[in-house]
Structure formats: C-alpha cells, structure tokens
Design a protein around this ligand. Structure first.
Ligand code: SF4
Length: 278
C-alpha cells in the first residue's frame, strides 16, 4: 500500500492466525497492524515507516481502528502493532488509553511492541486499566554490540536487560524479536550470534522469542546485497537448533514471511512454530 492510501481510520492490515501458547496448544490470535505516526527511532534495517502517517495520530483513531479489526474476531489473543512504539504518545495518544484498554479486556492476552526509551510511567498508567495479560515485544535484534550499534537501535544490551527486569516486576510478559543475519557476515557467524542472543533473551525472562531472518531490500544502508543467504531447509535446521537451545524455557518461532508457501519445508517450519511446550 502507498503511504497516500493510508487512512487514520483503518488498520493497514489485519491477520487472523494461530500462535503457540507454550503448552502445546494453538491459540487463535488477531493481529492488527495499526495505521499510526512514524517511529522516531529510525533503525537502519526497518521499513515500517512505509505504513505510517506523516503527522501525529489523531485522537480517537486507534480505538476506531481496533473496533473495525475485531468486530468479527473470536480470537483469544490480540496483537496491536503500530509500526513503532505503543507508549510513544505521538503514535498512540495517551488520551485514548481507556478506550483501548476496554477493547483489550475482551481478550485473554494482548501483545504490543515498545522500545525501552518510551513511556515507563505511561506503561504503569495503562496497566491500571487492563485486566488481560499484557505482553510487550521488544526488538533486541542481537547482542553483538557492534552490530547493534550499526543497526542504530539507540539501545544497548544493558538498556534491554534493565527494561526486561522492569516490566517483569510489573507482571508484564516479554516477547523478543531477534534478527538472523546482518550484511557482510556469513551464515555460521550469523547463527552463532542468534544462538547467543536467544540465550540472553531467555535469561532476561522472554516468554516468546521470534526469530526474523534478515530480509533484503529493506534498508541496511545500501548493503542489503551483502546479507547471508538461508535456504528454507537451512532455516528449518536452525529453528530446530534454537528450539533445543531454548530447552523449553521459551516459545521460539521463526518468521516465515519470505518463505514461499509451496516450499516443501514450509509446512515443517509452520508445524515446528506451532507445537511447542515450554
Ligand atoms: S524501534 Fe522498531 S519501529 Fe522503530 S525504527 Fe526500530 S525497528 Fe522500526
């Protein structure tokens, strides 16, 4: 979708899918990709700004978008992804928290994305309004300090760790996004750092770790062509390795966005994503 076609009254995408709950069950989940204001962080590899508004999100728009997305949903879990940070008030106006929380409370679990720089006191205000289990997804990406710096995340590994402890104290669950591969690094080194990053995410209390194979064509400071190549068979083997590494302490899923659904390994990966007991 072109940026000009976006409307503040409509999410730009809604998906109904299944998620593993960590106890061997699949949970129906509605994912709402909210149309909201652009994220000010500007990570090097991120292309989410294509789906954002150039201005602050108007008051009342987010509850309206959620209503249109969940009107026919009988899902148990809800993901509210705003191409940025849930506690950035330019993206999700804090005056809408009560209306948003009312909608969240129809679900058992609600997952949002947030960067540690945003809204520690706003998180506490929002938690007073929700009765569902709240989960925050944080894009740690990698614990390799040089790569983390090159991604321009404006976050160190220690910033991530202290945010993880802080939200755990508040009873909020943690989901972590990790990247597999950066430009100029071979497959072996990429896998090594993803395994180390997984270990760190789990040590910080992650309930769910989502592995995202780096996609070409989306930023990377013009170096996307130098990304390592992973076949689907290799991705399936890496996923199995990461599941073993996790030792059942967290759900570990591997992002299938770029894997063609007719690939012979697609079904195997989809199944290993869904049937996990922790
Ligand atoms: S913090 Fe998230 S949304 Fe913002 S630029 Fe980075 S990856 Fe993209």
């Amino acid at each position: 979708m072109n940026r000009e076609q976006l409307s503040a009254d409509k999410p730009y995408l809604v998906l109904h899918e299944a998620e593993p709950d960590g106890e061997g069950n699949e949970v129906s989940t509605t994912t709402v990709f909210l149309t909201a204001s652009q994220c000010p962080i500007g990570c090097n590899m991120c292309d989410l700004h294509f789906n954002t508004l150039p201005t602050a999100t108007p008051a009342g728009a987010i509850p309206r978008q959620i209503d249109s997305a969940i009107k026919d949903s009988d899902a148990k879990w809800l993901k509210l992804y705003n191409s940025g940070n849930f506690f950035d008030p330019r993206s999700i106006p804090s005056g809408d928290y009560t209306a948003i929380a009312e909608r969240c409370n129809r679900f058992d679990r609600v997952i949002v994305e947030n960067h540690p720089q945003f809204g520690k006191s706003r998180l506490q205000s929002f938690l007073k309004l929700v009765t569902c289990q709240f989960e925050i997804a944080v894009g740690l990406e990698t614990v390799q300090p040089r790569w983390l710096g090159r991604l321009e995340k404006q976050m160190s590994r220690d910033d991530f760790s202290s945010y993880a402890s802080e939200i755990a104290r508040l009873g909020v669950d943690l989901r972590v996004f990790l990247i597999l591969g950066v430009p100029g690094i071979d497959v072996v080194e990429s896998v090594r750092w993803t395994r180390l990053s997984l270990r760190h995410a789990i040590a910080c209390g992650a309930r769910h770790v989502s592995i995202i194979p780096a996609r070409s064509g989306h930023g990377w400071g013009g170096k996307a062509e130098e990304l390592p190549k992973f076949s689907t068979t290799l991705l399936a083997e890496i996923h199995e390795q990461l599941l073993q590494d996790s030792g059942g302490r967290a759900v570990v899923t591997l992002d299938l966005w770029d894997v063609p659904a007719n690939d012979a390994e697609y079904y195997r990966l989809q199944q290993s994503n869904l049937t996990q007991s922790v």
